[in-house]
Design a binder for this molecule. Structure first.
Ligand code: SF4
Length: 431
């Protein structure tokens, strides 16, 4: 077992190392873009058009990722404070303020290299009004053109042909001509198809990894560990050879963990006892990420499924990028992102996770910044509880503003929640 754990740790390092190298190479390329002349588009995670950008050799920059990295590296506090001094209200999403503060502090990205100015602000609108305001600010700052793809909200919980066609028409008439103009290159559908083929390969392995948590013990933590797993596919790497290799290696590592009967690797080492299986809704807190994770580890709680790992694509319900219908598949991808789903669909999803992953309960981390996630969460709590008969818990924090992470309060709430689960287990109740 000890040997297996060592092997698993070495294997884990292999995929982590690859991810680190991918990130470093990407940010190096970005830093050199002003000299090499490579074009750069800033764009958001949900509904990103990475494959289309890559087919034009455009380098994507994801401002949300820079903001969360700033949170993890302890820099967001000062960035937010600077943005507030410049007049941005306390109520504004802290990703935006962290990004504005970073920009006003020299625009140094997560690897310590300067980020280039955008040649295009590509706004794929999937359910978050803040996206519009954020890019208005960046447009003023950089004087860069904005191309907006309007993605209709799934108000009735389904994608219709007319919704799909509406998005495809915009891709054909607006987005692709803009990319052609910026790069001076013609749209190459065969190239896009090749990239989409690679996306689907990586997506298959990501889903396999996420669904490995159905086992007992779960070999992964699908929330805290999951955020590392979704990194490449939700950002600049979907459709690349690197991403295909990363997810292949990751899957092999998890297969080895399963063979060894091992639990997830956490900052505290390998979890040896899986006491509670939990589903989590909502994004994590980034400024105290490790401390937050440790609170779960200390209780023996493993997150077996989470909605946050679907924010850049809901793949586990069957969607894959389909190279045979390149533009339609991009439309379906954008339409299907988690933040574009209505509340009944989200309730269905969480309820399904609780049942399929045999969870003891579910927790909502309600972040102050994000209405796309937080609106309706108390209603969702009651709905899911009623449907699955398992207890829900509710905690509050923020994405990257450390003022809203009250460690003592969160720990207290978690302890009470897990005590309740324990009592239910002991009484043979709902768990
Ligand atoms: S409000 Fe939420 S979805 Fe919108 S930019 Fe902020 S974190 Fe992202």
């Amino acid at each position: 077992m000890a040997t297996a754990a060592v092997v698993a740790d070495v294997e884990k390092d292999r995929s982590q190392l690859r991810q680190k190298e991918m990130m470093a190479a990407h940010f190096d390329r970005l830093a050199l873009a002003p000299e090499t002349g490579e074009k750069v588009a800033y764009t958001f995670v949900p509904g990103n058009l990475t494959e289309l950008l890559l087919s034009f050799d455009i380098l994507p920059v994801l401002p949300e990722i820079n903001a969360l990295q700033a949170g993890m590296r302890g820099k967001s506090k000062d960035y937010i404070s600077l943005a507030e001094k410049l007049g941005h209200s306390e109520d504004v999403c802290t990703y935006v303020k962290s990004d504005i503060g970073m920009l006003k502090s020299g625009n140094i990205g997560p690897t310590g290299k300067r980020l280039p100015n955008p040649d295009l602000l590509l706004l794929s609108y999937t359910g978050c009004f803040t996206f519009l305001k954020w890019f208005e600010l960046l447009r003023e700052e950089y004087q860069a053109p904005v191309a907006m793809l309007h993605v209709p909200y799934q108000g009735d919980g389904r994608i219709t042909d007319s919704m799909r066609q509406y998005v495809v028409e915009q891709l054909k008439k607006k987005i692709i001509p803009t990319l052609e103009k910026i790069t001076g290159k013609a749209y190459d559908e065969d190239r896009l198809k090749e990239i989409l083929t690679r996306s689907a390969l990586a997506e298959d392995n990501l889903v396999w990894v996420l669904q490995s948590a159905k086992r007992r013990p779960s070999p992964i933590d699908a929330y805290f560990g999951g955020v590392y797993y979704i990194g490449p596919i939700f950002t600049a790497f979907r459709g690349t050879e690197d991403a295909v290799l990363y997810y292949k290696e990751l899957r092999e590592e998890i297969e080895e963990r399963i063979a060894a009967g091992a639990g997830p690797v956490t900052p505290e080492g390998e979890m040896t006892e899986e006491k509670y299986r939990i589903v989590v809704e909502g994004p994590p807190n980034w400024t105290s990420f490790r401390q937050f994770w440790k609170m779960f580890v200390d209780e023996g709680a493993v997150v077996v499924a989470s909605t946050y790992t679907k924010v850049g694509g809901v793949y586990d319900l069957g969607f894959r990028h389909d190279p045979t219908h390149p533009l339609e598949t991009l439309a379906d991808y954008c339409l299907g992102c988690y933040t574009n789903l209505n509340l009944p669909t989200r309730v269905d999803m969480i309820s399904r996770y609780v049942k399929e992953y045999q969870a003891d309960g579910f927790l909502i981390n309600s972040v102050k910044s994000c209405n796309s996630f937080s609106a309706g969460q108390l209603h969702m709590l009651r709905e899911v509880e009623g449907r699955v008969g398992k207890p829900g818990g509710f905690i509050e924090s923020d994405l990257v503003d450390p003022r809203y992470f009250s460690a003592a309060n969160i720990k207290n709430r978690l302890e009470s929640y897990f005590q309740m689960l324990e009592q239910k287990k002991a009484s043979g109740g709902a768990s």
